[in-house]
Design a protein around this ligand. Sequence first.
Ligand code: NAI
Ligand code: OAA
Length: 336
Amino acid sequence: MTKVTVLGAAGGIGQPLSLLLKMSPYVSTLALYDLRLAPGVARDLSHINTNSTCKGYGKDELQAALEGAHVVVIPAGVPRKPGMTRDDLLKVNAGIVAGLVTACARFAPNARILIISNPVNSTVPVACETLKQLGAFQPGKVMGVTTLDVVRAQTFLSDALGADSYSRESMKKHVTVVGGHSGSTIVPLIANSTLRAKLVSRRVYDAYIHRVQFGGDEVVEAKQGAGSATLSMALAGFQFTDQVLRSIHLEKPDPAPLPAFVYLPGIEGGRELQSKLNTQAEYFATPIELSRGDVARVDAKWLDSLTDAEKKSLAVCLGELDTNIQKGRRFVKSKL
Ligand SMILES: NC(=O)C1=CN([C@@H]2O[C@H](COP(=O)(O)OP(=O)(O)OC[C@H]3O[C@@H](n4cnc5c(N)ncnc54)[C@H](O)[C@@H]3O)[C@@H](O)[C@H]2O)C=CC1
Ligand SMILES: O=C([O-])CC(=O)C(=O)O
C-alpha cells in the first residue's frame, strides 16, 4: 500500500502527472492537494478504472493530504513567462516550497520529497535547510527532479544524429545529465564515444549542448506567456517517481538510471564526489543508488571518463551552481 501525494496537483504539471500516477500499479492511494481545483481534478481521475483511490484536498486540508504519504511530489509554484529566468521565480516559489516541506516534516516525516518547483538549484537547498532547522532533515529523502534534462538530452541527441538511424529509445543508455537544472549548470554527458565523435565531426556538438541547456526557454517562448513545459515535465516527473516507487516495491529493482539533485554531504559517496569535483557546492545532480526509495549512495564513476569539453562545461556549471545554492540558503536564513 503506497500513498503518493501531489502538492500543486491542479496545475499545468500537476494534472497530467497525477493522471500518469493514477495509472501506476505501485500507487494505492493518490492524494491531490492544491490551493484551487484539486477536489475537481481528483473526482475526474477517480473515475479511471485502475486500482488506486484518488482524493482531492483543498487549501485547508494539507494535513489530511499528507498524513501517511510515502512519497510527496511537489510541482507547486509559479512558472516562467518569456523574458524571465528560473531565478526570477525564487522569491515566490521559495516561500511555497518552505511552507510545504514544513508541513511534510509535521505530517509525513518519513516521506520521500521530490521537488519539481523552480528554480530547483535553489528550491532544493530551501527545502533541505528548512528541514534542517526543524530537526527533520533526512538527506536521502529529498530529491530535486532534473529528469526533464535527461529526457531532452536523449531526444535531442537522436535528433542531432539523425533520428532515422538513431532512435530516441536507444539513446537512453548513452546520455545522462549532471550538475543542476538551469542554463549552463545543466551538463549533458554522452557516455558513448562513437556517438560523441559523430556529433563533433558533424560540428553539431555545441549546438546540441546549448539546446539541452536552454530547452526550457524553447517551450516558454513557444507558449507565449501561458507558462513553461508541463506535459514533457509531467512525463519526466512520472519517470522519476516511478523509479522511486519501484525501489520501494520491488525486491530487486533495476539500477536507478535517472540522476537527482541532492545534498551531497548527507549521502554516502557525496563528500568524495564533492572533493573530486573540488567544489564548495553541496548540492549537485548526479547518478544515484536508491534503497527502499531513499538515496543511499551517489556515484562519482562518471567523472573518470569526461572529455575536455565536458570538463569545461562542468567548471562553468560549478561556478554558477554555488551562487544558486547560496540564494536558497540565504532565503531560509532570512526567515529566522
Ligand atoms: N524541475 C523541472 O524540470 C521543471 C520545473 N517546473 C516548475 O514547476 C512549477 C509548476 O509549473 P506549472 O505546473 O506549469 O505551473 P502552474 O501555475 O500551472 O501550476 C502550479 C500549481 O501550484 C499551485 N500552488 C501554488 N502555491 C501552492 C501552495 N502553496 N500549495 C499547493 N499548491 C500551490 C497553483 O494553484 C497551481 O495549480 C514551476 O515552478 C515551474 O517552473 C516546470 C517545468 C520543469
Ligand atoms: O524552463 C522552465 O522554466 C521550466 C523548466 O524548468 C524546464 O522546462 O526545464
